[in-house]
Design a protein around this ligand. Structure first.
Ligand SMILES: [Zn+2]
Length: 149
């Protein structure tokens, strides 16, 4: 059954709320922000949430003196988030500087994203047309141009 507009809006609002709660639950990684501009779709939410919480723990375990190094990059703290986005079909997760152990976690999340539909979170694979996205069969069929007759 097709959803009407208000149901779509409710779904989008709920997704935004989930992203905001994730940001607020990682105050070191996101430096006390209430929200953050994630440049990918919500199918990767679980992958990103797990990664953020694991990295938040790594930052929390760092010695204070190291953690709160002088602000750099225009007032941003060293061990804060720099950018989270989709690029060439997979997740990219950038920090200004990574705590020890974070690189392995980030790489594992990027690999997981290459097997997870960016739209819905179901198992997916990398699809190459004029764009590259990681999608499940259903979302790929819905988005790809019809085959030429
Ligand atoms: Zn999907």
């Amino acid at each position: 059954m097709p959803r009407n507009k208000s149901q779509d809006q409710i779904a989008r609002d709920l997704e935004q709320t989930a992203w905001n709660l994730l940001v607020q639950s990682c105050p070191l990684l996101f430096r006390g922000r209430d929200s953050y501009g994630f440049e990918c779709n919500s199918g990767w939410f679980d992958i990103i949430a797990t990664l953020c919480h694991d990295i938040e723990k790594l930052i929390a375990e760092m010695p204070e003196i190291e953690r709160f190094h002088e602000p750099q990059w225009g007032g941003e703290f060293m061990y804060g988030i720099a950018q989270v986005k989709e690029k060439y079909g997979t997740l990219r997760f950038y920090m200004h500087s990574e705590p020890d152990g974070a690189q392995d976690l980030i790489e594992a999340a990027e690999i997981a994203s290459s097997k997870t539909c960016e739209f819905c979170g179901k198992p997916g694979e990398i699809r190459r047309l004029s764009w590259i996205r990681t999608l499940c069969d259903e979302d790929y069929e819905a988005i790809r141009p019809p085959p030429k007759e």
